[in-house]
Design a binder for this molecule. Structure first.
Ligand SMILES: Nc1ncnc2c1ncn2[C@@H]1O[C@H](COP(=O)(O)OP(=O)(O)OP(=O)(O)O)[C@@H](O)[C@H]1O
Length: 225
């Protein structure tokens, strides 16, 4: 589902954020991406989503080489990817329902289909019944779950999350990670960046580790990083 071949990324005026990174995440697989602050976790996820472009190397997502994807093809790529940010980026002048519905409204779906899918997504994250509320009144963990519902509502085959538990206490963090595991169990490919090694080790999934832009462990036994 995601393949990086010797990918490097240099920001204008900066050093190398990623250096010669190669790995493969198979369809249906789940992995965590870890490393110190500034190791390159966010940069790697942004390259997957086409938010940033690689300086060198090649990136394939869902069988499509996105390394030099023309801008007009970006919406096609984004439709395959549910993206979850640490700060959840919700719209606070709209209800929970409207926040989750947004990707479907953009896709031009009809009202009834939108209502059905939004309720299904809210049900999966345990927020059915809160759809008419404004996200402001929800706890941090609930707001993050609204962000997750919005990311999965269009049923993308790939979920990527950047420090989704960064602002949450250990118990809520574990709940959010368990949610990602459940999406993976029904076939979604999942890649989650997190510096919370203790938490992600307990989940027993593959862990890719970045150190100063280099992939020093790709989480595969015996595989060279
Ligand atoms: N837009 C940018 N312009 C210039 N340099 C950047 C930009 N974004 C990130 N960097 C640099 O690239 C390197 C990797 O940053 P990145 O945000 O990918 O790391 P990270 O592992 O996600 O860190 P954190 O855990 O703190 O979010 C850092 O040195 C950072 O300063």
């Amino acid at each position: 589902m995601i393949r990086f071949d010797a990918v490097s990324k240099r920001y204008p005026g900066g050093g190398e954020a990623l250096s010669e990174v190669s790995f493969h995440l198979a369809r249906g697989e789940m992995a965590f991406l870890t490393g110190h602050s500034g190791a390159g976790k966010s940069t790697l996820l942004k390259l997957v989503a086409g938010i940033e472009r690689a300086t060198r190397g090649q990136i394939v997502v869902d069988g499509e080489n996105i390394t030099r994807l023309p801008r007009r093809r970006l919406p096609h790529l984004r439709r395959k990817i549910g993206i979850i940010f640490q700060d959840h980026r919700l719209l606070y002048d709209r209800t929970v329902f409207d926040n989750v519905a947004l990707p479907l409204v953009i896709d031009g779906l009809g009202h009834r289909e939108i209502a059905r899918r939004v309720r299904a997504a809210l049900d999966k994250v345990g927020l059915l019944g809160k759809e008419r509320l404004n996200p402001v009144v929800l706890s941090g963990g609930e707001q993050q779950r609204v962000g997750i519902a919005r990311a999965v509502v269009a049923r993308p085959p790939l979920l990527i999350a950047d420090e989704p538990t960064g602002n949450l206490d250990p118990e809520l963090s574990a709940e959010i990670m368990a949610l990602f595991c459940r999406f993976n169990e029904v076939g979604v490919t999942v890649l989650v960046a997190s510096h919370d090694l203790g938490l992600i080790r307990r989940l027993g999934r593959r862990i890719l580790r970045l150190d100063h832009g280099r992939l020093v462990d790709d989480g595969r036994p015996g595989a060279a990083a």
